[in-house]
Design a protein around this ligand. Structure first.
Ligand code: PMP
Length: 415
């Protein structure tokens, strides 16, 4: 049956093709559709709803704020909402981790923070080139797309995407030794034709690229290489950040301190658009107005972001709880892959995946899961991975319910 979504909305729509329901209501890790369908959510708004749908901890302060008559602009003017967010972010996130970053609001979305990071790195170093990784995903505007390693997405640009090169990512996923030596040689060899880059941008876990986690020692090697060659290290934590991998920043476990960090998706805590770019104070070189935009300081998003930080990051209890959820997820994933030849587990924390050898399996499992009441997406260059990304706050009951649907769908599609 065709409807307004098919006749008026552009053909470029994508998620509505995977999940052709009209969603009306959501709570925690559950979503409901107009036709009465109920779904367990293993997608969390592409990682924008780490604290679940309509979480009262963020919604109640938001409703109070909206009813208070506060100024609802989104510019970078001073407001109490922005002050409280900045103070909370400093006190609960930066100080306990001994991180000395300046905070910038680059615009509302993930691609905005990546654009800001690339632009700042070029301005600071005076160099044009950026290195990124094969299968990386950093966004869909021209700068962030130029460092994205997915050729299908890149073709959407219609023009050559220049000033960036891709470093193979596959080698360090499963390999025993971190092979950064060749990169070191290329950078040292003035005849290699590779200009010294302004920055290297990396996801510590490639989300869209197939839930591929970089090892901590490899990240440390990359960070040292950047330091030796005067290259800025940008960590794109848009998807892997805000607790997704088990700690607030995905790079904490490795001990590295990136020069620039990109955050978005779940930083608002509510699904409202918000993004941050963090950088070392020495990199704060832009003159006032040299980088700005209308939707830089969305006041309602500051309110929910502050509430989320205060609720979940004031002490270690949420992180401890996450440990238990991750253990439950791991048990389920192991029991599923044990039954399927060539299937393997990917990822870190609650940015997890199951990779299937046979082409098409993950997509068929995702479709069957949807039909049985579970939202789960695929990722990877051949859509070979089921990406399991429930809200971090999912209950044991809902996690079990989702995995029961998933396990049945896998069985049906692999026998
Ligand atoms: N970086 C990463 C790692 C992402 O996963 C995404 C979105 N999937 C982006 C950047 C772009 O974010 P947005 O879609 O909000 O522009």
């Amino acid at each position: 049956m065709t409807d307004i979504f098919d006749t008026l909305e552009s053909e470029v729509r994508s998620y509505s093709r995977s999940w052709p329901a009209v969603f009306t209501r959501a709570e925690g890790a559950r979503q409901w559709a107009e036709d009465g369908g109920e779904y367990v959510d293993f997608f969390a708004g592409a990682g924008a709803l780490n604290y679940g749908h309509n979480n009262p901890a963020v919604m109640e302060p938001l409703i109070r704020y909206l009813q208070s008559g506060a100024v609802l602009h989104s510019l970078d003017m001073k407001t109490p909402a922005k002050r409280e967010f900045l103070e909370t972010f400093r006190d609960l996130i930066l100080r306990p981790r001994h991180l000395d970053y300046r905070v910038m609001f680059p615009g509302p979305t993930g691609t905005n923070t990546v654009e800001a990071a690339l632009k700042l790195a070029r301005k600071v170093t005076g160099r044009q080139h950026i290195l990124s990784f094969t299968n990386a995903f950093h966004g869909m505007t021209l700068g962030s797309l130029s460092v994205t390693g997915n050729s299908m997405k890149r073709q959407g640009a219609g023009i050559p995407l220049t000033n960036s090169s891709k470093i193979p990512y596959d080698d360090y996923l499963d390999g025993e030794t971190p092979d950064l030596l060749w990169l070191e040689r290329v950078l040292e060899d003035s005849g290699s034709g590779v200009d010294r880059p302004a920055a290297i941008i990396v996801e510590t876990v490639q989300g869209e690229g197939g839930v591929r986690a970089a090892r901590a020692d490899w990240l440390r090697g990359l960070s040292e290489l950047c330091r030796r060659h005067g290259i800025l290290l940008i960590v794109d934590d848009v998807q892997a950040g805000c607790g997704r991998t088990g700690s607030f920043f995905s790079f904490e476990e490795s001990g590295i301190v990136p020069d620039i960090v990109c955050l978005s998706k779940s930083i608002s805590g509510s699904g409202l658009p918000m993004a941050l770019t963090l950088f070392r104070p020495e990199l704060d070189v832009w003159a006032p107005g040299e980088h700005n935009g209308t939707f830089r300081g969305n006041a309602p998003a500051f309110v929910t972001a502050t509430a989320a930080l205060r609720t979940y990051w004031a002490d270690a209890s949420f992180q401890n709880l996450l440990g238990g959820t991750v253990a439950q997820l791991q048990r389920w994933m192991q029991s599923i892959v044990a039954e399927v030849d060539g299937a393997s587990i990917r990822g870190r924390g609650l940015l997890a995946g199951i990779c299937f050898e046979n082409p098409g399996t993950a997509e068929r499992v995702a479709a069957e899961s949807f039909a049985s009441g579970l939202l789960v997406e695929t990722s990877g260059p051949r859509n070979e991975v089921l990406k399991l990304m429930p809200p971090l706050t999912i209950s044991t009951r809902d996690l079990d319910a989702g995995f029961e649907i998933l396990a049945a769908a896998v069985r049906a599609q692999t026998r």
